[in-house]
Write a protein that binds this ligand. Structure first.
Ligand code: NAP
Length: 454
């Protein structure tokens, strides 16, 4: 058994970890103490003589050496900021995030001899680092426990109950969960979590979503990283019911697809700034009973086009994918024009981001270096293309967000015209790498995602 405690300094990792290890009769590994042993000096001295980077390198070595350890592991507060550490800690382990309010943490660590990590006053440093590390903490954890008002023994007891599968739903909630699982056609998920109380669940929320490649990708990634997770499909006509079911299950994250990317926002506890600006959530992280909304679609458009920073770009279409595309292109300092068959929609989208707009027929007048196609035209079985080879100039970059078939009519036309082409699968690959990191805290390369999808 491997139980890992992560969280900011002063959240009780060491005191809870000792009690927990004692109760479980397993060793307790304190990574800070192991770093000090390895360096032959206390942490303040490591910082003074060699700096933070050296401390992080030693911490990385210590955590890698514990990859297959059995016992309770208490980590340093910043350990989960390195995704390689998270991958090692998560391997065949259960990760608990211990949290507390910034004022509580500040009070608990006041007078400590540990060096500051910023030039900020101590209370301000706690608040700033907590905000910076928030996504890393929430991603790395399987469960979150608030320790602010509780004793270490009480927190250890809660963790023990969770590990033993004793912390569960009230009978009425269990009946509701089982009823919904039956309606969703997910009886196998019920059997899996009853057989195996430590199993965590993720899934795609959409209607329809039977075609989605996310279950294949995620289940392969979970196996690859030794994670005790199962990814399923939540296909239902409304987002509210899906969110309710997700809250009744040991859910860690959701991928959100058509038609719920906007609807789901009304059912979440928090939405990040990017998702709020785009007006859509495609990723939900659940931890400590709260749901956090993100958007990674825009990163799926941004990453393959990062080499065209500052270019003149056209987005064809003015729907949800187009909004993520415009947001991405503006973030790359591109000069963006939105063209749509419905000019009002193009105008509404363009004005949100200070861009130009027009009708599809005005394409040639824009003289674009980058074209992002965000309509369903050309998606199987449609064989049409909004642009012909004669509309395109050599050297233009054409990114077709449609990904079935692999070579769409637009991509073929662009290739014939001598353009650089980027297929829609690249958006899926890059948004998925970011989504996996938000939900699990583990960084995967686009190459690994492509391999897992093959
Ligand atoms: P959406 O919100 O329904 O928007 C569709 C847009 O396409 C609207 O602007 C619509 O214009 C326009 N459109 C529809 N049919 C058209 C036609 N025959 N001619 C010209 N314009 C037309 O859909 P979405 O979510 O943005 O998705 C758009 C495309 O992106 C889909 O093909 C989807 O598969 C793809 N996508 C790919 C990924 C990926 O990972 N690669 C992710 C998301 C989406 P009106 O307002 O006039 O109807």
């Amino acid at each position: 058994m491997k139980v890992v405690l992560v969280g900011f300094r002063g959240t009780g990792k060491t005191s809870v970890g000792r009690i927990l290890a004692n109760r479980l009769r397993v060793p307790f590994y304190d990574t800070d103490a192991l770093v000090e042993r390895r360096a032959g000096m206390p942490i303040p001295e490591i910082f003074r003589q060699y700096g933070e980077a050296h401390f992080r390198a030693l911490e990385r070595e210590v955590i890698a050496s514990l990859r297959t350890a059995e016992g309770v592991i208490g980590t340093g507060g910043g350990a989960v900021c390195d995704p390689a550490n998270v991958a090692d800690l998560r391997r065949h382990g259960t990760v608990f995030l211990l949290s507390a309010a910034p004022e509580v943490i500040h009070e608990r660590i006041a007078g400590s001899d540990r060096p500051g990590l910023t030039d900020l006053p101590p209370a301000e440093e706690v608040r700033t680092l907590l905000a910076q590390r928030k996504n890393a903490y929430l991603g790395a954890a399987d469960a979150c426990i608030y320790t602010g008002t509780r004793t270490p023994a009480g927190v250890a007891e809660t963790i023990l109950r969770q590990i033993r599968g004793e912390a569960g739903l009230f009978p009425a909630e269990r009946r509701e969960r089982d009823g919904l699982l039956g309606k969703f056609g997910l009886e196998t998920v019920r059997e899996m979590i009853e057989r195996d109380p430590g199993l965590l669940v993720c899934g795609i929320a959409g209607n329809p979503c039977a075609h989605s490649k996310s279950p294949l990708l995620y289940n392969r990634l979970f196996a690859h990283f030794g994670m005790h997770y199962h990814y399923t499909r939540f296909e239902w006509p409304d987002a509210e019911t899906i969110v309710r079911l997700a809250n009744l299950l040991p859910t860690k994250g959701l991928s959100v697809t058509i038609p719920f990317k906007t609807d789901v926002m009304g059912h979440l506890d928090e939405t990040d700034d990017h998702a709020a600006a785009i007006g859509a959530v495609n990723t939900v992280v659940r931890c400590g009973g709260r749901m956090y909304g993100h958007n990674t679609d825009w990163l799926g458009v941004r990453a393959p086009l990062a080499h065209r920073q500052g270019a003149r770009a056209v987005v064809l279409g003015a729907g949800g994918a187009a909004a993520a595309a415009v947001y991405a292109l503006v973030s790359l300092d591109m000069d963006v024009t939105v063209l749509s068959r419905t000019p009002d929609a193009a105008q509404r989208l363009a004005e949100r981001f200070g861009c130009l707009w027009g009708r599809l027929e005005e394409f040639k007048g824009v003289d674009a270096d980058v074209v992002v196609h965000a309509t369903p035209v050309g998606m199987e079985p449609d064989t049409r293309s909004l642009l012909a080879p004669g509309d395109l100039e050599r050297g233009t970059t054409v990114f077709d967000l449609v990904y079935t078939p692999p070579e769409t009519p637009l991509i073929r036309a662009a290739r014939e015209a001598g353009c650089e082409t980027i297929p829609g699968t690249e958006m899926f690959v890059h948004q998925a790498t970011e989504q996996f990191r938000l939900i699990t805290g583990i960084a995967v390369s686009p190459a690994l995602v492509r391999e897992m999808l093959a």
